[in-house]
Design a protein around this ligand. Structure first.
Ligand code: F0G
Length: 456
């Protein structure tokens, strides 16, 4: 059969409230033109994030009923820890309530004022957590990532020459950790190849610098390696994941992505002394080391989700359904990042709205237009998110202005995606009438979440 189906049946549903254009125009105005400030029930298709929004399986819900809520040493903790160890392979596992808590703990221990932390592309919370402790986050994504149209299979790769240059210029003392994000969320959800991970590991080990993987979408990345990297076509995806982590010294993970969790995360390392320091902060900010800010039932759900996410039929469907949307957009001549990434579709807002300059936030304008057109919620990944220097407050255009439509796992069907395609097509037809935006008020860190906007 050629048709790729959703490899699950639906046995519980949530109704979607339908709104009309006039209602949406006033709702988005009341939300200060920031989709984060909308009520979720006023959204028809919510593609704001794939984080914490996944549908859990009957098995995961069943496991939740068996959650052991003991404060210390709960059975659910051991189930969680053993699953993480089996897949990720690290000796020390530290549970956290979500990914950014793992980042905060890691950087509090490792990063000092003046430290430089390279990554392919830092996600916004990673970047902010490094800046918060006085470090400088640097993005060293490969040059191939600049060409949004090419079909280069691993646009998430790190530029190894740039990494070597950075180490030579700064000395390893200034670089406490090298990170790579799989898949590269802020760079379009593009995967990182095994060869590149091996190269980063080689460079890091030669310089004596720990190498960490931001593992949020590790299963999608592993499956892309299976589909696209010669030599892996017959390797089970779980073994690809294990090999990937074998090159690293630790990882941060948000279980809200590739573990189907509605909440959760963890931090891993092979360094027992470092883990000791990290657990001290954990107890202060998250909780006891055998639950780390999570209920026993959450630990159970994540343990099930980590196994389910590596199901190859699920991953085939997941990557295929995203490619379905991207291929239709490309065929219609709509500027979109190619090839399809794992968890999201990234419209190229700068080329979609060439009459809006980057400092008037074309990605934000496009987000508002798509909401007004069809009640679809997406997020700007561009100059709003990355354009402000946290030290000087100065504004610069981000490297790209994208609109991300992130697809929650196992939540929407193909007809929902056909609706999204139709809506984008209508906005594309009327694009000349869309204006730029300005920021009316914004906080210093992570401004995109709460900023207020207006039309210029
Ligand atoms: N790293 C990456 C690559 C992420 O995408 C995220 C979250 C985090 C770290 C932080 O994890 O949310 O559990 O604290 N990304 C979500 C998103 C919010 O919409 O892309 P968290």
């Amino acid at each position: 059969m050629k048709t790729v189906i959703e490899p699950f049946r639906i046995k519980m549903v949530e109704p979607i409230k339908l709104t009309d254009r006039a209602e949406r125009e006033s709702l988005i105005r009341e939300a200060h033109y920031n989709p984060f400030l909308l009520r979720a029930e006023d959204v028809i298709i919510d593609l704001l994030t794939d984080s914490g929004t996944s549908a859990m399986s009957s098995e995961a819900w069943g496991a939740m009923m068996q959650g052991d809520e003991s404060y210390a040493g709960a059975r659910s903790w051991y189930r969680f820890r053993d699953t993480v160890k089996d897949i990720f392979g690290f000796e020390q596992v530290i549970p956290t309530h979500q990914g950014r808590a793992a980042e905060h703990i890691l950087f509090s221990v490792m990063v000092k004022p003046g430290s430089v932390v390279p990554n392919n592309t830092h996600f916004d919370t990673t970047r902010a957590n490094i800046e918060f402790v006085g470090g400088e986050p640097l993005d060293l994504v490969c040059v191939e990532a600049d060409d949004l149209d090419s079909d280069f299979p691993f646009k998430g790769n790190m530029d190894i020459t740039a990494l070597e240059r950075l180490i030579a210029e700064n000395g390893p003392e200034k670089i406490p950790v090298i990170m790579v994000t799989v898949t590269n969320n802020s760079g379009g959800g593009q995967p990182v190849s095994m060869a590149n991970i091996r190269d980063i590991s080689r460079v890091a080990r030669a310089a004596g610098i720990p190498f960490y993987i931001d593992a949020c979408r590790f299963a999608e990345n592993s499956h892309f390696i299976r589909q696209r990297e010669p030599g892996y076509e017959n390797t089970p995806t779980i073994d690809i994941a294990r090999e990937m982590f074998s090159y690293a010294d630790g990882c941060t993970m948000s279980a809200k992505k590739d573990a189907f969790g509605n909440i959760g995360g963890f931090l891993c390392t092979n360094d027992a002394e470092l883990a000791h320091q990290e657990r001290n902060i954990l107890i202060l900010t998250e909780g006891f080391p055998t639950y780390g800010g999570l209920a026993g039932r959450d630990l159970e759900a994540i343990a099930v989700g980590l196994r389910e996410i590596l199901d190859e039929h699920y991953l085939d469907y997941r990557l295929h359904s995203n490619a379905y949307v991207v291929d239709h957009l490309r065929a219609a001549g709509i500027p979109v990042m190619a090839p399809a990434g794992g968890h999201a579709v990234y419209l190229d807002a700068r080329r979609f709205l060439p009459h809006i300059e980057p400092l008037q936030y074309p990605g934000q304008s496009l987000a508002v237009a798509l909401y007004v057109e069809a009640g679809i919620r997406a997020v700007e990944i561009g100059t709003v998110m990355f354009g402000a220097d946290p030290h000087t407050g100065e504004e610069h255009p981000a490297r790209l202005d994208l609109l991300r439509l992130a697809v929650p796992r196992r939540v929407y069907t193909q007809s929902h995606m056909d609706y999204v395609l139709e809506a984008i097509g209508l906005v594309w037809e009327n694009r000349a009438s869309i204006r730029g935006m300005k920021i009316v008020q914004a906080p210093k860190y992570l401004r995109h979440f709460t900023a207020h906007f207006d039309w210029v």
